[in-house]
Design a protein. Structure first.
Length: 757
């Protein structure tokens, strides 16, 4: 039965299906052309309706909105698609930070803004639009607003925004440099305007208004001070120096300080020195530095260049130290991929990323100096306030920094309104003026080898104080054993005594200063004040204000050879206690060895300046760090402030012999106020002799009276003193004729009389 059913099913299906297939084939041959034509017409009508109803309006709207920028968007899309393909197939990653991506995104509206300035060809693309847009479309017109100066300004802002986002540190450095240049230009224009007003003003009111805009404490007097005859200044041998000619027929008038009849010297006593320093192409140096670092396997790049008077500082940003490992490449399903030769396909995978260590860069200082063909390079790591390593490379020639340039700068003018002890130190590696307040230091220790610029720096300190202070405010005590540097200042009313040139009198000088310090403390205690500022405020009405004392010692090594113990003891005491009394020390030495700059002296002089020294040991002695042995000389120095952890490199100011002669001549010929008298010069020899007398001398004389033989050991036991002091007492007894003999260590026959005792 099953076989019958199966047989009937097969034959019935074949009997029915075959005729139906033949019928359909015949109908297809007859009606297919008509069906194709009908389907084609249906598709054409649908496409036409779609184009007319949706695609064409959309395309016109896109063209109206973006203009030719449509092709820019297509290009961006193609670039993004290519990056995705590269990342998927070849594991290629674009290592950009978020701000760099933001910078690239900012380029898109910038491009539309630029296209808006191109005229559009054709009429308005959509009915109802008032006029055809630019090539940037409605978006470009929205970005620029109008194709005029304001539109260009918007584009400039976009350019600055994109540059700032791509490299914020470099943009910040450029902005600060531009601001400094603009500030310097405004300052020079303002000072030029003040000079014109003072030179051509006809009334006292105009002159006083002009001068009060510069400094509220100063007023202008009518009497001009004629400038002495000028002689050519001593030019720096390492740079081309030019002196700007000034109008001698109408010099600037002298400045009078309120509350006193003294007149400050005019600014035209100082020469307006300019210099032209030559340097190599910084672009070539940047490429050379990066290539040399790359040769030694250090990933770093130079992102900042600051050119100073003596050196150019290159700001190096350390790169990344990336570690990789080799892994077998797999597809999306986790199966290994193979090369054509049957080996597994390998790829590199990043496992760690750390910043390059600073030691890798600092250890290449000698190699960088060899590559750059310079004597030495100094590496500052890190640069204060920046995440950079500073590479300081010497310029071909050193630019001269004139004292007038720093004195006329805005920082110095601002400082002089707060203190009478402002110092014009020099110019930094970024070209900025560097000034300091001596009262905040409060003492200064200077070291440098012969020819490094130490003496010129001391003269600059004295000149800057003479330009801003009158004898009622600042007085000087100068010690110059060399007899050549400070002797020209003899005769100025600021000096308390003639310049001391005899090293034997120095202990008496220091004894005098210590006595003045103690007397001032007694005055402060009796008036209930703590320092000289409070005392002068209270006594200003009575005319009993105390002046500041500045003690300048040009060569400490000579003094330490004469009387090391006394000089060290009194210098340390003054450095510890004299700040509140308005007494400040400026000590210089050519030999910063440990026997000259002792630990006690260095501990009490927190502010230090080091010029070029001969060895790293001397640099560590004066600055507690190396670097001074790599300085170039001729004013190149390291300045360690009291509140700084690292020294700052500066180019010191230059004051010529001609300028010193003019300044000294002005103060020597200045008419003192009525009733003003200089303080009497003390008897240094008497002070020195008084300081030499030991308080235990009377007790030693009693011992000599009681014993027939006196020895150093006897004085040590009975007086409980050390060997050095006992030997000194024995010498005093011998000088007074109480003991005989010339050998201090042998016993002596004592003799005495009642009158002697």
């Amino acid at each position: 039965m099953q076989r019958l059913t199966s047989y009937l099913r097969r034959h019935v299906q074949s009997t029915i299906l075959v005729p139906v297939a033949i019928l359909l084939l015949v109908l297809g041959i007859i009606y297919v052309p008509r069906l194709v034509a009908w389907i084609a017409g249906l598709i054409a009508r649908g496409i036409a309706a779609l184009v007319e109803g949706a695609i064409l309006p959309t395309a016109l709207a896109v063209r109206h909105t973006f203009g030719l920028g449509t092709f820019l968007l297509l290009l961006v899309a193609v670039v993004i698609f290519a990056l995705l393909v590269l990342e998927r197939r070849y594991s290629y990653h674009v290592n950009l930070k978020w701000h760099q991506w933001a910078s690239l995104v900012t380029l898109v509206p910038l491009a539309f803004g630029l296209l808006a300035f191109l005229p559009s060809s054709g009429k308005a693309p959509i009915a109802g639009s008032p006029e055809p847009m630019g090539s940037g479309g409605a978006l470009g017109a929205l970005i620029v607003g109008s194709t005029d100066v304001w539109g260009i300004g918007r584009l400039v802002l976009l350019v600055l925004l994109a540059a700032s986002l791509y490299s914020p540190r470099r943009a910040r450095a450029i902005a600060l440099y531009t601001a400094r240049m603009l500030l310097r230009l405004v300052s020079r224009l303002w000072h030029w305007f003040i000079q014109v007003v003072l030179a051509f003003g006809t009334g006292d009111t105009a002159e006083s208004k002009a001068r009060s805009a510069v400094e509220s404490d100063l007023t202008v007097v009518e009497e001009p001070v004629r400038e002495p005859t000028r002689t050519p200044s001593r030019a720096n041998s390492r740079a081309k120096t030019a002196v700007v000619p000034q109008d001698k027929s109408d010099p600037l008038p002298a400045r009078r300080v309120k509350g006193t009849a003294w007149k400050l010297p005019p600014m035209d006593l100082l020469e307006n020195v300019t210099s032209e320093g030559r340097n190599l192409d910084n672009g070539q140096r940047v490429k050379l530095i990066e290539d040399k670092l790359r040769e030694y396997g250090v990933d770093a790049r130079v992102i900042e260049v600051n050119q100073g008077p003596a050196v150019t500082q290159f700001g190096i940003e350390p790169g990344w130290d990336v570690k990789w490992r080799t892994v077998k490449e797999r597809d999306e399903e986790g199966r290994l991929k193979y090369e054509k030769d049957g080996r597994p396909r390998l790829r590199l995978e990043e496992i760690s990323r750390t910043r390059v260590k600073v030691n890798k860069i600092t250890g290449l200082s000698n190699d960088l100096a060899l590559a750059l063909a310079v004597p030495s390079v100094r590496i500052e790591a890190p640069v204060p306030g920046k995440a950079l390593v500073g590479l300081e490379i010497p310029n071909i020639s050193t630019a001269v920094v004139g004292l007038r340039h720093i004195v006329e700068s805005f920082p110095f003018q601002k400082l002089t309104t707060k203190t009478k002890l402002g110092l014009a130190l020099g110019q930094g590696v970024q070209g900025q003026p560097v000034v300091a307040d001596l009262s905040k230091m409060p003492h200064l220790l200077i070291a440098g080898a012969t020819g490094s610029g130490k003496s010129v720096f001391i003269n600059s300190i004295v000149a800057s104080l003479l330009m801003q202070s009158v004898p009622d405010e600042v007085r000087f005590i100068m010690v110059d054993p060399k007899r050549v540097e400070l002797v020209p200042y003899n005769g100025i009313p600021h000096l308390l005594a003639p310049v001391v040139v005899d090293a034997e009198k120095v202990t008496g000088v220091l004894k005098w200063v210590v006595r003045e310090m103690e007397d001032r403390y007694k005055k402060f205690a009796s008036n209930g004040v703590r320092n000289i500022e409070g005392y002068n405020k209270r006594m200003a009405a009575d005319g009993k204000a105390l002046p500041y004392w500045v003690v300048i010692i040009d060569e400490l090594a000579d003094l330490m050879m004469v009387a090391a113990d006394e000089v060290e003891r009194m210098l340390c005491r003054l450095a510890q206690l004299a700040r509140a009394t308005g007494i400040h020390l400026v000590v210089a030495t050519q030999r910063p060895s440990v026997d000259v700059v002792t630990g006690l002296i260095k501990a009490n002089f927190p502010t230090r300046v080091s010029f070029a020294v001969t060895s790293q040991i001397d640099s560590r002695t004066i600055l507690d760090t190396g670097g001074a042995e790599k300085l170039l000389g001729h004013g190149d120095m390291l300045y360690m402030a009291a509140d700084a952890s690292k020294p700052v490199r500066l180019q010191g100011t230059l004051v010529t012999d001609t300028e010193i002669e003019r300044l000294v001549g002005y103060w020597v010929s200045a008419t003192p106020p009525v009733g003003w008298t200089a303080e009497q010069t003390p008897d240094f020899e008497a002070l020195q002799e008084e300081d030499r007398r030991d308080p235990l001398l009377a007790e030693a004389k009693r011992l000599a009276d009681q014993h027939s033989r006196v020895s150093v050991s006897l004085l040590q036991r009975r007086l409980r003193v050390g060997y050095v002091r006992a030997s000194r007492l024995m010498e005093l007894l011998r000088e007074d004729g109480l003991v005989d003999g010339d050998d201090d260590e042998s016993e002596r026959d004592g003799y005495y009389e009642d009158d002697d005792i």
